[in-house]
Write a protein that binds this ligand. Sequence first.
Ligand code: AMP
Length: 294
Amino acid sequence: MVQVLDTIAASRAAIAERRSRGTIGFVPTMGALHEGHASLIRRARSESGTVVVSIFVNPLQFDRPDDLNRYPRSLEADLEVCRRHDVDIVFAPAVSEMYPRPMEMSVKVGKLADHLCGRFRPGHFEGVASVVLKLFEIVQPDTAYFGEKDAQQLAVVRRLTTDFNVPVRIAPVPTVREPDGLALSSRNLRLSPGERQLAPRLFAALQRAAASVQEGAANAAEIARDAATVIPGDERLRLEYLALVDPEDFQPVTTVTAPVIAAGALWVGSTRLIDNVRCTPPMKDGPPEGGHYK
Ligand code: AMP
């Protein structure tokens, strides 16, 4: 039986009661749950005594009011997903519960937020880091599960826990995709049928970057430029960024000599989609042409 709670006090009490029964696995979400979220929940379920899912559309991390207003909300369907996956506690607070008064403090994110989404969404990662810190204080999980789909967010959360000595293990979960490659996202619900057809081009472009790297291309600007040609010229599409960055610090890479992340943000109509792919260069000391390792 899933316990659905909307206050911090009740959630703390319910979690405290279960703590002696084993570890706490935590999956923070903004709701409109799909198979991507479900994969995080399944992983948490398989590794934890108690699974806590939070559903909270965090206003602090939205840089555009229309995106916040149009963000899909479907609590009843979300609870059904949680029931089906044997979640123990759903924490679904109102905004007034999380922010009874305007925040006077926030977590400032340094160079990890200088590029990609951090550059195009001012204040976004500060909002993410601040709410994640609050949620970690409320739930106090042993492990928290985050999707690789939001790779920069994952890096920010990892650094948050080390910089502030938060005793939470961060577990990354691979991106879940539609059969045509489109990464599952709550925002996909906002795509018209025509837009939905165009949306997988983002992943296709990132895959092209990964293929170039694998074939030995090393000039990051050229690789990105070539990958961007996969996005068709269509008035509904606008590529916000496509870049190759270091997987640790998310700084742009000039020459690819080690694994990098190719990350992109594509506007499809009025919906902004993001995705990323890990790119691995060929082994440097591979066998000579036609030769073999001894
Ligand atoms: P959101 O509700 O969009 O804030 O996402 C909540 C969590 O689910 C985050 O850790 C996301 O990275 C993760 N997530 C969202 N979409 C996917 C996906 N397609 N595959 C794996 N994880 C995902």
